[in-house]
Design a protein around this ligand. Structure first.
Ligand code: KIV
Length: 273
């Protein structure tokens, strides 16, 4: 079986991720929202498991990430932590829990850390959320930034198209990245921005950048696990590489089960007491 052999089996820490950047070692990150998937993803050697607020889409069937609540994120993150041994577990702070009031943000961050046992939090945005980021860091909680396409702001953007194509937005992104790194974030996710800009930002900061649709010049890559496993047929952006066709595997298996039950073939004499 092809795959990746994990040489360093110690629990991944934020410090080791920064070290990986320094040593030119790429970082592999995937989402998970539940215990069973986290066990598989962790066993396969992923460095960071993101309990993304994309759980809103993938688990609950919402159109956007906005409806997911802090209680729901805590439930998902706690389940992932139980299934993870090696990877660093990062939980998204959901929409509305950090944008309004920095003090509130710090209280919500502490609650997520306490109730889930996760290792770090991710927040979307730059300068505008810096006071919240700083208070959370002051509380001793590692923070991962998220710039470029930030899905919690979809109603402001109006589209999921590539961000920072014009110079004004690109310049703001450069400034935001430097501010997050200077504040003490341990990594920054760069979503759906031009590869040249992501490469430039990666060179300008001393913390890892993790790309989703931001090209190969970043220090690592992240994908939504259901997308890379081919579980949903309807989503095929340019940046997505599918490593399996689980949609067909699962529907074939379930179809065969239904047929066997209907025909009376299952269970047979050896499958009963
Ligand atoms: O919620 C999520 O899955 C994310 C990734 C797309 C980076 O934030």
């Amino acid at each position: 079986m092809a795959g990746y052999i994990v040489e360093d089996t110690r629990k991944v820490t934020t410090h080791r991720l920064v070290e990986m950047k320094r040593n030119g070692k790429k970082i592999a990150m995937l989402t998970s929202y539940d215990y069973s998937m986290a066990q598989l993803v962790d066993a396969a050697g992923v460095d960071i498991i993101l309990v993304g607020d994309s759980a809103s889409n993938m688990m609950a069937g919402n159109v956007t990430t906005l409806p997911i609540t802090i209680d729901q994120m805590i439930y998902h993150a706690r389940s992932v932590v139980r299934g993870t041994q090696r990877a660093l577990v990062v939980c998204d702070m959901p929409f509305g829990t950090y944008q309004v009031d920095p003090q509130d943000a710090a209280r919500n961050a502490v609650r997520i850390m306490q109730e889930t046992g996760c290792d770090a939090l991710k927040l979307e945005g730059g300068i505008e959320i810096l006071p919240a980021v700083k208070l959370i860091l002051d509380a001793g909680i590692p923070v991962c930034g998220h710039l470029g396409l930030t899905p919690q702001s979809i109603n402001k953007f109006g589209t999921y198209a590539v961000r920072a194509k014009d110079e004004q937005e690109a310049e703001k992104l450069r400034t935001d990245a430097l501010a997050l790194a200077e504040a003490g974030c341990f990594a920054i996710v760069l979503e759906k921005i031009p590869a040249a800009l992501a490469t430039e930002v990666t060179k300008s900061v001393n913390i890892p950048t993790i790309s989703i649709g931001a090209g190969g010049g970043c220090d690592g890559q992240v994908l939504v696990v259901h997308d890379m496993l081919g579980m949903n047929k309807g989503f095929s952006p340019k940046f997505l590489r599918r490593y399996a066709d689980l949609y067909s595997v699962i529907t074939d298996a379930v179809g065969n089960y239904v047929a066997d039950v209907k025909s009376g073939d299952f269970p047979n004499a050896n499958e009963q007491y």
